[in-house]
Design a protein around this ligand. Structure first.
Ligand code: GLU
Length: 455
């Protein structure tokens, strides 16, 4: 890769996948898949464009917009739009690359893509955000379509932004099409889509807990550390509470809140955090309202401040668990780590967790990567596409049941694939990161071959 620009996040995601494929028997059984990996690591297409918009003072602002159309072997490109000042091509290529294999694991027909802009919604008025979304879609709209590329939300893009973008697309094309997912519930959106990533994450971890305990344990009585306070973290926390677990932390980019009582962070507190996020306020202001029920730790992530925990669910952004934090979590008794965020753990943190999959003292630790554990969001996006195509609407129960089944299959697929290609030793948890990578990659590589993308 020496003559290529330095793309640290993309290189990290590529190496994470490639190393697990190389360290399994996949390339022995399918040596030709090495070629497939080479081809699949280059996006089919990248669209880069400028976005000009007017701020509230009437002044011109300009941002960089992107859509990485990474792989369409399994279906139309599918993946979110991120609006955040850190967005660049390396970040979007890493997210798009992960998305290909995540989408494959859902079992639905979706290719992989990702897009966004280096626009910072923080500190902007609603009108400024609306003007930005319309300007952004005025170019992106030329490159997407219900059977071409179907974006959705990611960091900085919620149902509100999806609405403004959808309206702009309709104005410029006259088409009412399912070109975005995460739409409003009464105009084509799927029920359970807002909840899906967080709920799906908890459903996935339920399978990990059940498998590890031989069906004896569940979330009931477990202490759960969560980072982030956006859509993924909020709904994961609510589902943990519903299942009888205790949520001990949440965080944002400025700091973390850690519960000081046995009751943890309750549903009412999560509801008030959700309200505050809509007004783009910081978590520190919620901490003031919660009084002595929580302590606010300025400038910190929660991991080294949560005390004893059983489960850790990173739910904020990439590389939010370092090697030291992974070691700290292990000392704090963590047994299950599953990423609600994409690439939430650094490679070093993954190595720490993976090296503890077997323990003679019954203290084995199990790690699940985002591309499996957080696949519930895009899975329900796939269900939204299906409902739009059929012009029907399923009930919450119907969508939730399908989500549960998809997360179960996703877990079992990773587990069985790890057993097939890595033969774990007696008493060792199969590697869910390797199993999920191999399962997702093999499915995409086989489809690419049949379509003549490599030979
Ligand atoms: N941004 C979400 C993800 O990382 C959802 C993408 C989608 O629904 O298309 O999977």
């Amino acid at each position: 890769m020496s003559n290529l620009p330095h793309e640290p996040e993309f290189e990290q995601a590529y190496k994470e996948l490639a190393s697990t494929l190389e360290n399994s028997s996949l390339f022995e059984k399918h040596p030709e898949y090495k070629k497939a990996l080479k081809v699949a690591s280059i996006p089919e297409r990248i669209i880069q464009f400028r976005v000009t918009w007017e701020d509230d003072k009437g002044e011109l602002q300009v941002n960089r917009g992107y859509r990485v159309q990474f792989n369409s072997a399994l279906g139309p490109y599918k993946g979110g739009l991120r609006l955040h000042p850190t967005v660049n091509l390396s970040v979007l290529k890493f997210l798009g690359f992960e998305q290909i294999f995540k989408n494959a694991l859902t079992g639905l027909n979706m290719g992989g893509g990702k897009g966004g802009a280096d626009f910072d919604p923080k500190g902007k008025s609603d009108n400024e955000i609306r003007r930005f979304c319309c300007a952004f879609m005025s170019e992106l709209g030329k490159h997407i379509g219900a059977d071409i590329d179907v974006p959705a939300g990611d960091i900085g893009v919620s149902g509100r932004e999806i609405g403004w973008m959808f309206g702009q697309y309709k104005k410029q094309t006259k088409l009412w099409e399912g070109i975005l997912t995460g739409k409003g519930g009464n105009w084509g959106g799927s029920l359970i889509r807002p909840e899906a990533t967080g709920y799906g994450l908890v459903y996935y971890v339920q399978h990990m807990i059940q498998y590890a305990s031989g069906g004896k344990e569940s979330f009931s009585g477990k202490k759960v550390a969560i980072s982030g306070s956006g859509n993924v973290a909020q709904y994961a926390a609510l589902k943990v509470i519903e299942l009888g677990g205790t949520v001990v932390s949440l965080s944002d980019s400025k700091g973390a809140i850690v519960a000081t009582t046995d009751k943890g962070i309750d549903a009412e507190m999560i509801e008030s955090i959700a309200k505050l996020k809509v007004d783009r306020k910081q978590l520190s202001s919620a901490a003031d309202d919660f009084g002595s029920k929580v302590k606010y730790i300025d400038g910190a992530r929660p991991w080294l401040h949560v005390g004893n925990v059983d489960v850790a669910l990173p739910g904020a952004t990439q590389n939010e668990v370092s090697k030291e934090e992974a070691e700290g979590l292990i000392k704090a008794g963590v047994k299950f780590i599953a990423e609600g965020s994409n690439m939430g753990c650094t490679q070093e943190a993954i190595e720490v967790f993976e090296s503890h999959r077997k323990s003679s003292k019954g203290e084995a630790i199990w790690y699940a990567p985002g591309k499996a554990a957080n696949a519930g969001g895009v899975a329900v996006s796939g269900l939204e596409m299906a409902q739009n195509s059929a012009r029907i609407k399923w009930t919450s129960e119907e969508v939730d049941d399908r989500l549960k089944l998809i997360m179960k299959n996703c877990f079992e697929n990773g587990l069985q694939t790890a057993k097939t290609y890595l033969t774990p030793s007696e008493g060792e948890f199969p590697s869910l990161v390797a199993g999920s990578n191999i399962a997702g990659f093999s499915k995409v590589a086989a489809a690419m071959k049949e379509q003549g993308d490599w030979w």
